[in-house]
Each structure stands twice: as structure tokens, then as C-alpha cells.
Design a protein around this ligand. Structure first.
Ligand code: FAD
Length: 140
């Protein structure tokens, strides 16, 4: 059964290029093996991540991510069955969230993932993917 899990968290320390690169490189290697796809959005003191794959694999990965001391205040926004992957081209891509980005301001002026619906959070990811090129380290 294919599912998508969407969660939000807060980094414990500053998000440096080293932190981001390490997460992306690990994610892209591990996720390929587990046939997981997704997107990681970072910025404005947040991480917002969508993980897609077989339910058991997504659960296993989320348990690992939950134990990562680089972030806290993890909150699942949704986890549900899907017919098709939305991020199938990326084992893990990165998009930056800049609350001052005019596209973000227009579409989501008061965006706060801790109170937003999962639908709103997915729509924000969609805006970010369309307004900037998602970054990948290893994927074509
Ligand atoms: P290694 O890096 O080789 O580490 C071995 C073991 O050491 C880990 O299993 C763990 O028990 C422990 N360990 C290592 N680093 C830490 C740490 N910082 N905190 C606590 N224990 C640690 N990983 C993915 O595979 N896919 C993803 O999509 C993904 N997304 C992430 C998104 C965010 C916002 C964050 C913060 C992390 C993400 N990670 C992701 C990383 C994940 O949390 C694990 O650190 C990673 O999966 C472990 O990779 P590994 O099993 O190859 O272990």
C-alpha cells in the first residue's frame, strides 16, 4: 500500500550547508534503496517534509527521522493512502521556504504549518516547486 506522510519539525541548531548536504546525501542514498520519494522544504525556522512509498518503509524511515537529534517538535500533518506519487522523480529534493517570497506571500500570507491543514501545506510545497527549481544532490 502506497502512502504519503507529511510532517513538520524545527531544527535544533542553525541549518548550515553542511547539515543540509548531509541530510540530502543520506536521504538520497537510503530512500533510493527503500523506494521512497519526497521533498524537503526548509526555511523560516522549519523543516516540512513529504515522504512517499510503501507504508512499512515510510513508517520505518519516519521512526529513524524522529530519533534524529538535529530537530524537535515533530508533528505529523497527515499520513494517508495515495494512488500515485506526487514527487516520483525525486528520492529527496530540497526547496527553500522564504516567507518574503512574493509567490509565498500571495498564496499563503499567514502560513504556519503547525496550525495549517495538510492540504495547505501540500499547496505551499506546490507553490515552492513551481517558483524555484528543487535542488537535488545525486538525482538527474
Ligand atoms: P548513519 O548516518 O550511518 O548513522 C547510523 C546511526 O547512528 C543511525 O541509524 C542513528 O541511530 C545514529 N545517528 C546518526 N546521526 C544521528 C543524529 N543526528 N541523531 C540521532 N542519531 C543519529 N534520512 C533518510 O534516510 N531519508 C530521509 O528522507 C531523511 N530526511 C530527513 C529529514 C530531516 C529534517 C532530518 C533532520 C533528517 C532526515 N534524515 C533522512 C536523516 C535521518 O534522520 C537519519 O539520520 C538517517 O536516515 C540515518 O542514516 P543511516 O541509517 O545511513 O545512518
Amino acid at each position: 500500500m502506497l502512502v504519503r506522510l507529511l510532517y513538520v519539525s524545527q531544527p535544533v541548531g542553525p541549518i548550515t550547508t553542511t547539515v543540509t548536504t548531509s541530510i540530502l546525501v543520506k536521504s538520497q542514498a537510503n530512500n533510493k534503496k527503500a523506494n521512497i520519494t519526497g521533498i524537503l522544504c526548509q526555511g523560516a525556522g522549519l523543516w516540512l517534509q513529504a515522504l512517499e512509498g510503501e507504508r512499512s518503509q515510510v513508517n520505518r524511515l519516519y521512526s529513524r527521522i524522529m530519533g534524529d537529534r538535529q530537530h524537535h517538535n515533530l508533528e505529523i500533518l497527515s499520513m494517508h493512502e495515495i494512488k500515485h506519487r506526487q514527487f516520483e522523480q525525486w528520492s529527496m529534493a530540497l526547496v527553500h521556504l522564504d516567507k518574503d517570497d512574493p509567490m509565498v506571500k500571495m498564496a499563503h500570507p499567514e502560513f504556519d504549518p503547525y496550525s495549517a491543514s495538510a492540504e495547505d501545506a501540500m499547496s505551499l510545497l506546490d507553490v515552492l516547486i513551481k517558483s524555484s527549481s528543487p535542488i537535488t544532490m545525486m538525482d538527474a
